[in-house]
Design a protein around this ligand. Structure first.
Ligand SMILES: [Zn+2]
Length: 462
């Protein structure tokens, strides 16, 4: 992999586009092959389910998952035995009983994700790294079938609801390092011919560079923009500030980050289109997406989403609570009652779209500070700097000044010199010429309202 990265980083832009497309082709096959077409049709059909049908569907899925986990996953077998549960209990398990099962904590997923949490009958797959709003790195196991199911869910409930589909050209702003390092010359995007996707760097969005981004939009004519909500916002903000003439889009699709009414109205102003919010995450144990009528719905066929208060009780409509999810896609590494660390507000509304899928009032989403580069570039999401360093339990990035960054880490064993250097290199690759200090600490303090912040800025707010 690092050899491929190395070749990529040394290649001219044209060959990088070819490599991005070749990678895109592999991905395309993996996600849209196999069971995708059948699953897509089923996801579509289930949108017509009545509340009763949804309940029946969910309980059958839950029983199947629990029996599978009890019989093939050492972690759950041990836990459920300890709790006195038998296969017979799980075969007649009710959704309401789910609160009797123990939680799966993030730290347990970190520790057991590649051992006791894997099924003894797991299919061939790959691990994907993530760290969400809590700064704890985790690894999620994906088989091709799981990718195909997720893609079918995203196609039917995210893209289709937003009026686009998998064939629509798009612009994506995400964490992949398509541009070799923080000081690279433009262009700050690469193009995947196969998927008709412009992949924009999330780490070069500045007033000056925004013109480069616009060039790509004019050249490749995306129907919609997607990816990090904040990065999309910064880009639209600079377009607006510089009064650039921007092509009109069909939609902006965002997920898993705080989407504010100001962001929606700016997208409307700049791109002349509606924004569709959503929530899923790399764990893929639940999906919330926005329908044509502007309401957020849970997708009950992706998993059971519980919303609980501080005492572990289910909150009422109108109230906000912590999301606990049980995913129906991953039989190789089941996540049952996983405390993912995000918050949502429930709603008692029914939606005029006619779907009997629970309405969510708001995705509270993660709030992180924004890091500002010396050239005015703005960026969020630094989780990429922690991946593949197994001893990191928790990490936080702090901007002390325009050219000083501190990385605070809680580790299970001291970092090696190589790991230390690699973190510094990763930060500089996003921010350019900055002084990076890595500090290993016992604990990372929470904010005054008790929240963990993965990114903190000490720059004066303007
Ligand atoms: Zn609706």
């Amino acid at each position: 992999m690092s050899l491929v990265k190395d070749i990529y980083n040394r290649s001219p832009v044209f060959f990088q586009n070819v490599m991005v497309s070749a990678y895109g082709y592999q991905w395309h096959k993996r996600r849209f092959g196999g069971i995708f077409a059948d699953e897509y049709r089923r996801f579509k059909e289930r949108e017509n389910f009545t509340a009763e049908q949804w309940k029946d569907y969910q309980v059958l899925q839950l029983r199947k998952l629990l029996v599978h986990s009890f019989t093939t996953v050492p972690f759950y077998r041990e836990q459920y035995k300890k709790a006195g549960l038998t296969i017979a209990d799980l075969q007649k398990f009710e959704i309401e009983d789910i609160s009797k099962l123990p939680f799966l904590e993030k730290d347990e997923l970190r520790k057991y994700g590649d051992n006791n949490l894997l099924s003894e009958k797991k299919s061939a797959g790959t691990f994907f790294s993530s760290s969400g709003s809590t700064g704890t790195p985790t690894k999620i196991y994906y088989s091709p079938e799981m990718h195909q199911k997720i893609t079918a869910a995203m196609e039917s409930r995210v893209r289709n609801w937003a009026g686009v589909d998998r064939f629509s050209p798009r612009g994506m702003i995400g964490g992949r390092r398509v541009v070799p390092n923080g000081e690279s010359k433009p262009p700050f995007y690469r193009y995947n011919f196969i998927e008709k996707q412009i992949y924009f760097s999330a780490y070069h969005i500045s007033p000056e560079n925004s013109k480069q981004y616009l060039e790509a939009i004019l050249k490749y004519k995306p129907d919609y923009m997607t990816g990090y909500a904040m990065s999309n916002y910064f880009l639209a903000y600079f377009f607006d500030e510089l009064s650039l003439k921007v092509p009109q889009l069909k939609a902006v699709i965002t997920s898993s980050e705080k989407l504010t009414p100001e962001m929606r109205s700016l997208f409307l102003k700049v791109y002349g289109c509606k924004t569709f919010d959503g929530w899923s995450g790399v764990e893929n144990c639940g999906l919330i997406s926005e329908c044509e009528q502007g309401n957020l719905h849970m997708s009950p066929d992706t998993g059971v989403i519980e919303v609980i208060d501080d005492n572990g009780n289910q909150v009422k409509p109108g109230e906000t609570g912590e999301v606990v999810c049980t995913g129906f896609f991953n039989y190789d590494q089941p996540l049952i009652r996983y405390r993912i660390g995000d918050k949502i507000t429930l709603s008692a509304k029914t939606c005029s779209c006619g779907r009997s899928m629970q309405v969510v009032g708001e995705i509270v989403g993660r709030t992180e500070d924004v890091i500002i580069g010396k050239d005015g570039r703005r960026m969020v999401r630094f989780h990429g700097i922690f991946v593949d360093i197994p001893s990191i339990v928790k990490g936080q990035v702090i901007q002390e000044s325009l050219d000083e960054i501190t990385v605070k880490l809680v580790t299970s064993s001291p970092l090696t010199q190589g790991e230390n250097d690699s973190i510094k290199k990763r930060v500089s690759s996003q921010l350019g010429d900055v002084i990076v200090t890595v500090e290993e600490v016992k604990e990372i303090p929470l904010t005054s309202n008790g929240k963990f912040k993965a990114v903190v800025s000490k720059l004066k707010k303007n």
